[in-house]
Design a protein around this ligand. Structure first.
Ligand SMILES: Cc1cc2nc3c(=O)[nH]c(=O)nc-3n(C[C@H](O)[C@H](O)[C@H](O)COP(=O)(O)OP(=O)(O)OC[C@H]3O[C@@H](n4cnc5c(N)ncnc54)[C@H](O)[C@@H]3O)c2cc1C
Length: 474
C-alpha cells in the first residue's frame, strides 16, 4: 500500500484499469464511512436521555457502515474478487475476516494507513514512559504486576473499591476498567453481587459467546546478528497469504489444521522502524512474526503452568516454529544463518501475560454481531449500570493503539459533563485525523464527502444546546 490518498488511488487504477469506476466508488465509501465512526462515538458517549432525541439519525448513519460487511460494500462498488482480496489484506489488523467484519473497520484502517505508519522512537515502551508523569503529577500512581481480582460493590450496588489478588483492598467510588469487557463482567464482578439487568444481560452475552471473543495467534520473536542495512530489513510490514480468498484460506486451516498453510502471516521489524535502534542495539536486528491459529489446538494444555508445560506442548510449538520460519526464510532468504535467538509464544502465553481467556489477541471479536447497533449502544459503552464503574480500551471502541487511547477520551467524556464539553472537538472533529487525512483533495478539489453534511452540523448545534440546557437545569 502506498502513502497518500491520491497516490494510492491512482496506483490502484493503474494496476486494475478495468475497475477504475469501482475503485473511485470504493474510495467514496471509505470517506463516507468516517461519518459512521462519529455516529458510533455519539452513540456511546451521549447520555441516553439526550441520545434518544437523535437516535434515529445516528443509528442509521452508523448502521450503514457499521453493520454491513467489508465484502458486501466492496462487491456493491463493483470490485472483482481478486481486487477485494488484495484491498482487504489488512484484515489481520482487527483479526476478523472481511466477510464477517463491518466495512467501517476496514475503512478506518485504510484511512489510517493512507498517512503511512508510526513507530515510537526508542520503542513502544515510550508510550508508558511518557504518560507516567501525566498520571503522577496530580498524585496518581502506577503499579505493575498488580492484578485486580474483584471490583467490590457496596450494598446499594455501587462501586466500593477493588480487591487485589494479593488481598489488598483499595477503596474508591470510581473504577475505570481497561482490562476488557470479558474480564470485567465475567471475572471481576462477584457472582454473589446483585447486578443490574443490563450488566447481567451483557455478562450472559459474553459467557454464552453471543458476543464472542476474537481469534488467537502464534507470536514468534526473532533476534538476528547484523545491521538493518546488511540484512536488508524492510521498514514496512509484510503480509503473506496463500491466496487472495481470505475466507477459503481460513476454511482450509479450519478443515486441515496443522497441514494447512496459515491463512495469513504478518512480519514486522521494529529495528528498521526505530531511528534510534542501532544506538541501543548495535549489530542486532529483530523480527516479530504473527500467525492466526484456532485456540482449540492448544486447549488441552490450558491447565498447565507457564514455563512448566509438557513435552507434547513443546513439540507442537516446534511444528509451528518451523512453519513460521519457513515463511520468514522464503520472504527474507538473507536471514538464513543470521538468526541467533527464537522464542515462540502460543495462545496460552497470551493467557499468561495479557490475562486473556482464550488467547484472544484483540479482545472481543470484531464481527458484525459485536458492531450491531444494539451491542454498541447498550452493551459496549463506557458507562455501565453500576454506579462508579466505567469501561475503557479496545472493547469500548476497537482494537489498535490509537483507538484504545481514543477510547480513553470517550470514557473521560462519559464521566463528566465538563470533560465532554472539553473533548467534543477531539471526539467529533479530529476522529478522521486519527485515521488519516481530514482534508483530502480529489482532482484538485477538496474531497466533499469528508466534510460534515449540513444536517450533521445542525445536529451538533442542537446537541450543544441540549447539553447546555441540561447542564444549567442540572
Ligand atoms: C501481538 C500484538 C501486536 C499488535 N500490534 C499492533 C500494532 O502494531 N499497532 C496497533 O495499533 N495495535 C496493535 N495491536 C493491538 C493493540 O495492542 C491493542 O488493540 C491495544 O493494546 C488494546 O489496548 P487496551 O488498553 O484496550 O488493552 P491492553 O493493551 O490489552 O491492556 C489491558 C491490560 O490489562 C491487564 N489486565 C488484564 N486483567 C487484569 C486484571 N485482572 N488486573 C489488572 N490488570 C489486568 C492486561 O495484562 C493488559 O496489560 C497488537 C496486539 C497484539 C496482541
Amino acid at each position: 500500500m502506498c502513502k497518500g490518498f491520491k497516490q494510492l488511488r491512482s496506483h490502484l487504477c493503474g494496476q486494475f484499469p478495468k475497475e477504475k469506476d469501482a475503485i473511485y466508488k470504493y474510495f467514496d465509501e471509505i470517506f463516507q464511512a468516517s461519518k459512521g465512526a462519529k455516529a458510533m462515538i455519539m452513540m456511546k458517549i451521549m447520555p441516553n436521555f439526550i441520545y434518544s432525541k437523535c437516535a434515529e439519525y445516528f443509528d442509521k448513519l452508523y448502521g450503514e457502515y457499521g453493520t454491513r460487511s467489508v465484502i458486501d460494500v466492496m462487491q456493491e462498488c463493483g470490485l472483482s474478487n481478486e481486487t477485494i482480496g488484495m484491498l482487504t489484506y489488512n484484515w489481520g489488523d482487527f483479526g476478523t475476516l472481511p466477510s464477517k467484519a463491518p466495512f467501517l473497520l476496514h475503512a478506518l484502517h485504510i484511512m489510517h494507513w493512507m498517512k503511512g505508519g508510526w513507530f515510537p522512537v526508542h520503542g513502544p515502551e515510550q508510550i508508558a514512559i511518557t504518560i507516567l508523569p501525566t498520571i503522577e503529577k496530580p498524585g496518581g500512581k502506577c503499579f505493575v504486576n498488580a492484578r485486580v481480582s474483584e471490583i467490590v460493590l457496596d450494598k446499594s450496588g455501587g462501586v466500593e473499591g477493588v480487591l487485589m489478588n494479593k488481598g489488598l483492598f483499595i477503596p474508591t467510588t470510581r473504577v475505570v476498567s481497561g482490562v476488557g469487557a470479558y474480564n470485567t463482567y465475567t471475572k471481576l464482578l462477584s457472582d454473589k453481587a446483585t447486578l443490574p439487568p443490563q450488566i447481567r444481560d451483557t455478562r450472559n452475552a459474553l459467557t454464552s459467546q453471543e458476543l464472542p471473543l476474537g481469534g488467537t495467534m502464534m507470536s514468534l520473536f526473532i533476534g538476528l546478528e547484523g545491521t538493518v542495512e546488511s540484512l536488508e530489513v524492510p521498514k514496512h510490514n509484510k503480509w503473506v497469504f496463500p491466496t487472495w480468498d481470505h475466507d477459503a484460506n481460513q476454511k482450509r486451516q479450519d478443515d486441515e489444521g496443522l497441514d494447512a498453510p496459515f491463512p495469513v502471516v504478518y512480519l514486522s521489524f521494529s529495528c528498521a522502524k526505530d531511528p534510534k535502534w542501532a544506538e541501543k542495539y548495535p549489530d542486532t536486528c529483530v523480527a516479530e512474526v504473527l500467525a492466526p491459529i484456532p485456540y482449540s489446538m492448544f486447549e488441552e494444555f490450558e491447565k498447565s503452568v507457564h514455563k512448566k508445560r509438557n513435552d507434547s506442548y513443546d513439540a507442537l510449538k516446534e511444528v509451528f516454529q518451523e512453519k513460521m520460519m519457513d515463511v520468514v526464510y522464503k520472504r527474507l532468504p538473507q536471514f538464513k544463518g543470521k538468526v541467533k535467538y527464537v522464542n515462540l509464544g502460543s495462545p496460552l502465553t497470551n493467557n499468561h501475560y495479557y490475562n486473556t481467556h482464550k488467547g484472544e489477541v484483540y479482545a472481543l471479536d470484531h464481527s458484525l454481531v459485536r458492531f450491531s447497533v444494539h451491542n454498541q449502544k447498550n452493551r459496549l459503552r463506557p458507562t455501565t449500570e453500576i454506579r462508579g464503574l466505567y469501561l475503557t480500551g479496545q472493547d469500548v471502541f476497537m482494537c489498535g493503539i490509537m483507538t484504545a487511547m481514543y477510547s480513553g477520551v470517550m470514557t473521560v467524556a462519559s464521566m463528566s459533563w465538563m470533560a465532554l464539553f472539553k473533548n467534543l472537538d477531539i471526539l467529533l472533529r479530529r476522529v478522521p485525523s486519527v485515521y488519516g487525512e481530514t482534508r483530502v483533495k480529489s482532482d484538485g478539489n477538496e474531497y466533499g464527502v469528508l466534510k460534515d453534511s449540513a444536517v450533521f452540523k445542525i445536529l451538533m448545534v442542537v446537541i450543544f444546546a441540549m447539553l447546555f440546557r441540561a447542564l444549567l437545569v442540572g
